[in-house]
Design a protein. Structure first.
Lengths: 331, 116
């Protein structure tokens, strides 16, 4: 008796046609992927947190790094641009969920419209990220790296600023001392070294310009716990540090960046880049599904569940951005 | 799925409104950085950062619950997704941040100057 019961139960459970947890195969697999991808991003963000806590006193302040807004050149506008990007992504999430909703009701034309809007939103977001990267890579003020690896930024007293100092670009005070410096290529030096571009000013020009301009001070990487601004050194301390100048740093690359700790730019490129790649692949997948909707594939199949599945991925991309936004720009 | 044919459009816009509102609050706090929040430390971090993190989790909850439609899934699927994530992320963050704080201390108290 017992054997027959077991057999019939096995037939029910393993005989096929089951949906564990009431989720279809495809949806379940999408969730598997999302959970593992979420853990990957958590690993990246936790590693970012690790480096930040390790260098908690010298980490760059996001407000001073991301200050650009389109058509507002020279006007510092921290936060506004990323806030805009966040809205674009949340909005494209909304149009995606509207497409899923229209799919439930088998309204093909509405699905087409909303998927189209979602794709447009995704493209705008990727474009915005490219613009953000462009500003980050080009930099604005430039800085000096010392022999010991610390970064010196330059300021002068300006009482209108909240910190009491305004940033000064290298080009504003560097001397015009004539100097010839040849770009290091693989063909003219050590064969495995090269550099992509020469800085606009040389170390000597910056040092001489600094000595000639009494009002310019060095701003160190260190954050003053009492004011939460970077500590500005006195003129004597500044002069002493400038003597150690080794590199002119303009903008950012994977080796060094003018904003502060080297790891800062590395993590910025890596995490926002990995997220941007997810957005890009999301757009590609959305386009594929969009074309299938146009061809009527899901109409014939009698279910728009595929739209729901890409929707899950798309919302996930939005979800990750919410965290990237917080940990790179807010906290 | 029982909900399959009814439209949720009104609710979707409501959730969008809530998510936008949270983002606006975050951005406003990020721009003005109220002194009373920014300089009050609670459990090793300033209150402003705590608010940002809590609002972020609230937003993540909204996206997963409404947009990713976890509300319509079975409880077992919901917990299979959220449980491991919450546990592993808290674990990972705890380990890494404690370790980082220790290394910070080592650098700070060491006799060797590492950055000058």
């Amino acid at each position: 008796m017992a054997t027959t019961v077991t057999t019939s139960a096995e037939g029910k459970t393993w005989g096929g046609g089951n949906e564990p947890m009431n989720a279809s195969y495809g949806k379940m697999m999408m969730w598997f992927f999302i959970v593992s991808d979420a853990l990957t991003f958590s690993g990246f963000l936790a590693a970012y947190g690790f480096s930040r806590f390790k260098f908690i006193e010298t980490w760059p302040l996001a407000d001073e790094v991301f200050t650009h807004f389109p058509f507002m050149h020279g006007v510092p506008a921290p936060m506004y641009y990323v806030a805009l990007m966040t809205f674009i992504l949340i909005f494209s999430s909304v149009t995606m969920v509207l497409a899923v909703d229209a799919g439930h009701q088998m309204k093909k034309n509405k699905v087409v419209l909303y998927m189209f809007l979602t794709i447009i939103g995704g493209l705008i977001f990727v474009g915005s990220q490219a613009w953000e990267w462009k500003n980050f890579i080009n930099g604005e003020h430039g800085a000096i790296e010392t022999k010991g690896g610390s970064l010196l930024q330059f300021v002068k007293v300006d009482k209108t600023q909240p910190s009491g100092y305004a940033r000064v670009s290298l080009s504003e005070f560097a001397s015009n001392t004539p100097e010839e410096r040849i770009q290091h290529k693989r063909s003219n030096g050590v064969w495995f070294f090269d550099e992509s571009a020469l800085p606009s000013v040389s170390v000597n020009q910056v040092v001489e310009g600094f000595k000639a301009n009494e009002e310019i001070l060095v701003r160190s990487e260190k954050i003053d716990a009492a004011t939460k601004h970077k500590i500005v050194l006195s003129r004597e301390e500044s002069l002493k540090l400038v003597e150690n100048a080794k590199y002119v740093v303009e903008g950012a690359n994977l080796k060094r960046n003018e904003y502060g700790n080297r790891l800062f730019a590395d993590f910025f490129f890596f995490i926002t880049g990995f997220h941007g790649f997810h957005v890009f692949s999301g757009v590609v997948i959305n386009i594929i599904i969009f074309l299938n909707v146009l061809l009527g594939t899901y109409e014939r199949r009698g279910s728009y569940e595929m739209v729901e599945k890409v929707g899950l991925y798309w919302h996930f991309v939005d979800l990750v951005w919410v965290f990237v936004f917080t940990f790179f720009y807010l906290v | 799925m029982g909900h399959a044919h009814e439209s949720n459009v009104g609710r979707i816009w409501k959730v969008f409104g809530i998510l936008s509102l949270i983002t606006i609050v975050e951005v406003a706090l990020g721009i003005y950085k109220p002194h009373s929040l920014h300089f009050t430390n609670v459990l090793g971090m300033n209150l402003l950062n705590w608010i940002f993190i809590i609002l972020t989790i609230a937003k993540a909850y909204g996206i997963m619950w409404a947009f990713m439609h976890l509300e319509g899934e079975t409880a077992s699927l919901r917990w299979s997704i959220v449980g491991p994530l919450v546990f592993l992320i808290i674990y990972l963050v705890f380990i890494l941040l404690v370790e980082a704080d220790y290394i910070y201390d080592v650098f700070k108290t060491s006799t060797i100057k590492w950055n000058f």
